[in-house]
Design a protein around this ligand. Sequence first.
Ligand code: BGC
Length: 734
Amino acid sequence: MRESELRNLLDDLSVEEKVGQLFQLSGSFLVDNAVITGSWDNQELSEQELAVTGSVLSISGAGEIKRIQEECMSRQPHHIPALFMLDIINGYHTIFPISLAQGATFEPELAQRGAEIAAKEGAAAGLHVTFSPMADLVRDARWGRVMESTGEDPYLNSCFSAAMVRGYQGNDVREKGRLAACVKHFAGYGAPEGGRDYDNVELSERTLREAYLPAYEAAIKAGAKLVMTSFNSLNGIPASANKKLMRNVLRQEMNFDGVLISDYDAVGELLNHGIAEDGKAAAKLAIEAGVDIEMVSQHYLRHMSELMERGEVPVELLDQAVWRVLKLKNSLGLFENPYKDADEEAEKQIVLCREHREMARETARKSFVLLENKEEILPLRAETGKKIAFIGPYADSQEICGSWSFPPKDSGVVSIKKGMMEKNPAAAMCFHEGCYILRQDWCLKNGEQLVFNEDKAKHLMAEAVNAARGADTVVLCLGEHYQQSGEGASRTVLQIPEEQKKLLREVTKVNSNIVTLVFTGRPLELEEEANLSKAVMIVWFPGTESGGAIADVLLGEKEPGGRLPMSFPYRAAQMPLYYNRFRTGRPSEDGAIGSFRTGYVDQVDKALYPFGSGIGYTRFQYGSIWITRQVLTGGQPILAFCMVTNVGKRAGTETVQLYLADLHASVIRPVRQLRGFQKITLAPGESCEVVFEIREEMLRFWDSEMNYVSEPGQCMVFIGHDSTAENSAQFVLE
Ligand code: BGC
C-alpha cells in the first residue's frame, strides 16, 4: 500500500479501531493449543473488542493462521489484517542450541543462518514476527534467563544480536521466508537484583550505556522492526512507563522508529509496581512512555477512548502508535497478501527438512565447550571394540531443547543413544538412566509432577554402577532439568542436581575413565565434576540434532568448537561474576585469597573456567604480539599481529581473542574488554599470522560528564586463547 493510502486508512479509523490495533490478544483465547508463555487469565473480550484486535500472540501453523486471519479481516470494519507473533527463540520446529550455546560458537554467521532457517519455517507456518533476539546482557547465573542470552560480553552480544536480526529479516521483511525481528527486553532485564527474575534493576548510567545498551542498539542498527519493553524497573521506573528510556534513549538517541511492544502483561504490572493506581493510569503511563502495542493485558482496550475523550491523552499520541503498527503491517506486505507466506504444503516440506537439521547439528557441535580432557580421553576410541557405558538421565532423553522451544512431539529429537547408535551401531555400547533427573519437588511450569520412588532409584543406581564396572569408558550424561533454567527459573544453587551428583560419585568409585557431559542453560559449579572426571564437556541444550552432534564430537569426527560466553564460577556465591569488571583500589594477585584485598577470605576471586575458555582436540601456541606503531591516533589505526601455530597432532580451529585495556582514565575502566575475535583452522604444524585492527573508538567510554570519549594514555592489547590471556603489548593513545 502506498504511504498516502495508509495515511488515508489511519484517518478513516474510529477511535475503537485505532485502540484495537494497539492490542495483542493471547492465542489461547482463540484456540486450545496455543503456546502459553505467561499467566494472564482475564481473557474476557466483547465481540466488538475482538473485531478490532490488531495482533495475536502464540498461534502457529499455516492452516490455523489462515483461518483466523480470514475471520479477523472479515470482522475488522476496514478489513485490516492481524499480525501473528510468536517466540521463535532458538528455532521454530528445527530446534537449534539455546541462545547461550549459540554465543559459545563465537560465530555470529552461524546464528544468522540459524535465524534464517527459523524465519523460513516460521513464515511458512503463517507467522509475521518473532520475539527474538534477546539482547539482554547477563552477569548473574542465578537468573534463569541467561540461557536466552548470548552471554556476558557487550561486544559478543552485539555481534550476535545484529546477526540474528539480519538472519530473520534479510534485506526486506516482505520477501518470502522472512520474519520481522523484535529485540528484547528493553532495557537491563538481565540485571535483576539477586538474579531473581522480574526483580528491580539498579544500574549506573555508565554501566547501562557501556555494558547493557550496545547489544540492543546493534540489533536496532541492523534494522529490527520491533522492540519489546522489559518487565523490570530501571533505577526506579518500570520500563513500560519509562518515558526517558523509551522516548529519549530508544527513539531519539537510537533512532528507533519501529513498533514498541510491551512484554506480557507488563502494562498491567504497572499496578503491582505501585506506579499506576488503576488500569486507566497504567494505560496513560504506557502510551506516554511510547508503548505502541500492549501485550495481552487490556488497559488500552478498556481505557484509551475515555482518556482521549477527556483530553488526557492527545490524539496525536494514539495516532503515532497506530501509524507505526500500520507501517509494520505494510512493510510485511500484509495489505496485499494478508497470509504472507502461510502455506500448508511448503510448511510440510520446509519444517524440519534435512538441510535445516544439518545446520542445527553443525551449530550444536560448534557450541560444545570442552573444559577438561585429561590424558586425551576424548575423542573416544570406539572402533577398537572398547566398551562404552552411557550413564545418566540424559543418556537417552529427548528433553534437550531448552525451555524456550516448542518442538512438536513427533519432531524426532535425537537423543544421545539414538545419535550414537546411528553413528556407530557396531560399537560395544550400553545406555542406563542411572538416576532420576531431580529428587526434590521442583516447581515444573508445565504442571508435571516428578514422581520419586526410592526402590526404583536404588535399582537404577545399582544397574548403572554395574555397567560402569564392566566398561572401559563411562560417559556420564548429566545436567539441569530443562525447566531449571528459562523464564521464572532463578536458582540459588548452581549445581547439577544432587541425585545426579550421587550417581557421579558412585560411578567414579568403580571406574576412573569418566567423560562428563553437562546439559545446562547456565554456568554451574563444576569443581567436583572436574576432579572426578577426565573430560568435562558443556553441551548446553543442543536441540533437535543433539545426539548426532554429540556422537560426531565424542567419536572425533569433529571437534568441540565452543568457548564460554559466560564465566563459570567455583561457587554460586561469587555471582555476579564476569571478566570485564572495573578495576579496584585493592586488586588481588590473580584473584588469590588474601586479607584486605578485593575478593574473599574463603574463595579465590576468579572464575573456575573463565570467559572465552574451552579446548578442542589439538593445541595452539601463540607467538608474541607485534604492533605496527606504538602510538594510536584518531585517524590511524594500529595493526596487531600474532603468529598462532597448531602444535598438536590433528587439524583444529582456534578462536583467537583480542582484548584491550585502558590503563589510566578519568573514570575507572574495566580490567580488559573483548574487542575482536577470529576463528582460524590450521593443520598440524601449520602457523597463521592473525591480524587485528585497533582503532581509537574501541577505547571510548562515558566520562564523568557522560560524554562518550577516549582519553590519551597508556593502553594494552592482549591476544590469546581466552579472557585471561597474558600475551600482550603496550601502546599509547594520543
Ligand atoms: C517473556 C517474553 C516473551 C513473551 C511472549 C514473556 O513472558 O518475557 O520474552 O516474548 O512472554 O511470549
